[in-house]
Design a protein around this ligand. Sequence first.
Ligand code: NAD
Length: 286
Amino acid sequence: MKGAAVFNQQQAFGHLSMLMNSPAKRLAGKVTIVTGGARGIGAAIATLFSQHGAHVIVADLLEDLGSSLAETIGGRFIRCDVSMESDVEAAVKLAFRWKGRLDVMVNNAGIAGPDGSITSLEMCQLKATLDVNLNGVVHGIKYAARAMVEAGRGGSIICTASSAALMGGLGSHSYTLSKEAIIGVARSCACELGVHGIRVNCVSPHGVPTDILVNAFRELPGREEITAEEVGKVIAERGSLLKGRCGSVADAAAAALFLASDESGFVTGHNLVVDGGFTSGVNTMS
Ligand code: NAD
């Protein structure tokens, strides 16, 4: 593609370090849980939030990665399977045991779900995806909201949806269904919880070459060995209006930071799409 900048993940991470080094602590003293926080987008959110003064609980299935990140950022780790209601409740209880409050809940854990034709989809596979992606988010909203309402200090609940909620063909059927449902339930909960000063919003990332996306690419015929960098190049070439640029964990984390901070105090029921314009339209001018 003519005149396109070369894909540069370094540049994308540069943006994260710019935000990290920003003198203003936008989440000073806020207590936060990040589900799926051990790696990828969740790890970037946990790191950025802690750089901005938040006390972060990393809640994930991955104990080694999660506890090592928690130690690095001065936070806490809890092993948590978001599909299990009691695990999510335990994460919220930990926030109160640790710091006596919960200000921000990031429901970020997600899985890709099975790829393949609708004609051979097993309903148990669909259920397995919904158990994590949708029920996991509902559990997070439920227990965070319950605690926030009781504490009476308001709060921010952020759910990671996806560009796949807005456009077909960007994920498996079960993934697409789960992500669109997340936006619906977040909006619905925003209506109920606004009266308590609790905001509920979504971030919809797109084309970030983390494990979930790289593994999805590797399911495609002839792409079994594709690397994260190569996935990034494909997105930069064809998956964004901003040619030469794929999504980064920093882009998604920056959006979550905005929704967590008081700067977005009048924003609720919103889905913040971070997709390089991909779901907005096509460039017909060049
Ligand atoms: P990732 O696979 O690197 O991270 C997912 C994290 O969720 C992992 O740490 C994993 O251990 C955790 N997780 C999975 N199942 C869990 C469970 N049952 N309980 C607790 N934790 C669990 O991928 P990522 O890109 O960082 O994904 C984070 C979120 O962003 C997901 O919800 C994903 O659907 C969404 N998303 C990603 C992209 C992208 O391009 N990477 C695009 C749109 C949306």
